[in-house]
Design a protein. Structure first.
Length: 330
């Protein structure tokens, strides 16, 4: 049998106004069974998942049942805050860590439990702009170790996503963070486009994937094609990123990455099963109509194109996946 993955996605990207009904209709029509929850309008305006009220959560759960969807992960912004309370020319906020752990992290865990999912997405904190991330590793690992412990108390797993401008901005740094934290409740999330946007070549992206491979929990799937490459970029202007593309036509080399990953899926399956997770997720976050620091947009048409592109690559490298069939609706 082929190795199998579960396809999920950030459903807010598929909705023109981010209305819950738009998100769920698009995902049901694409045959998806899972979604990651990030921004949603339940009738009271667009909210980040962290701001949902109890009645809105219950309404979303009823709608999910109606459309045959489950939450794969909470797409929280945990870790997208400054390490230090100093002006570095960015608008990133600073929150004292003890307060952050008790309020934001606990809130994210509560949401995961409310939606009966096991995975919480997060990040590796902003070091002061223009500084080397390496000297900040000790502080970041201390913070992330406490976050992992908080997640573990709730039976959850914290996924640390690789992304520009954070201490965990590449695969080597994320692998080192994972080694130092050394907690079973913290795994890493590979995202090829988030590395390409920093000026890495496809060969370098593959090397970053290999560095993260022993710590991988799941992947985000998006790609990027820079029409005029500028070499390595120390600080990415996320607001200006506009060249995201489907996974079969970008600069990331998803074919080579997923071909290697096919042989590694059984090990990741075992890793996730030990955490109570039902499989290995590939989480679509395509950004094909634009992306930024806290989200992106694809529209229902763009999300459909991105889903079919991923399936095309998975078919080519011999990875199976489960979309809804006629038997599911009989």
């Amino acid at each position: 049998m082929k190795p199998q993955v579960l396809i999920s996605g950030f459903s807010d990207e598929a909705a023109n106004e981010k209305l819950a009904v738009q998100q769920y209709v698009a995902f049901a029509a694409l045959g998806l069974r899972y979604h990651s929850l990030r921004f949603v309008d339940v009738g009271n305006g667009i909210k980040n998942v962290m701001l949902l009220e109890a009645a809105e959560i219950e309404q979303l759960k009823r709608m999910q049942d109606e459309y045959g969807l489950k939450v794969s992960s909470i797409g929280s912004p945990i870790g997208k805050v400054k390490l230090r309370d100093e002006d570095d020319g960015t608008s990133n906020r600073y929150v004292p860590f003890d307060q952050y752990l008790k309020q934001d992290v606990e809130r994210a865990c509560e949401l995961a439990l409310a939606f009966n999912c096991k995975l919480l997405r997060g990040f590796a904190f902003y070091h002061p702009k223009g500084t080397d991330p390496a000297p900040h590793l000790d502080q970041v690992c201390d913070h992330l170790g406490q976050i992992a412990e908080a997640c573990d108390r709730h039976g959850l797993t914290f996924g640390l996503e690789v992304e520009a401008n954070l201490v965990g901005q590449n695969g080597d740094l994320l692998a080192e963070i994972h080694r130092r934290v050394d907690h079973p409740a913290m795994l890493t999330i590979f995202d090829a486009a988030n590395i390409v946007t920093q000026g890495f070549s496809a060969d370098e992206v593959y090397a970053q994937y290999l560095a993260m491979k022993p710590s991988l929990g799941w992947m985000h799937i998006k790609d990027y094609h820079d029409p005029s490459p500028r070499g390595r970029i120390d600080h990415v202007d996320e607001a200006s990123l506009s060249d995201f593309v489907p996974a079969d036509i970008g600069d990331s080399g998803h074919e080579a990455i997923l071909r290697d990953f096919a042989g590694y899926i059984p090990e990741v399956e075992a890793r996730m099963a030990a955490r109570g997770v039902e499989g290995v997720f590939l989480d679509l976050e395509p950004h094909v109509k634009g992306g930024g620091q806290f989200g992106g947009f694809s529209g229902p048409d763009g999300f459909g194109i991105a889903t079919r592109a991923l399936c095309k690559v998975l078919d080519y490298v011999g990875i199976g996946y489960d979309l809804r069939t006629y038997d599911d609706i009989r």
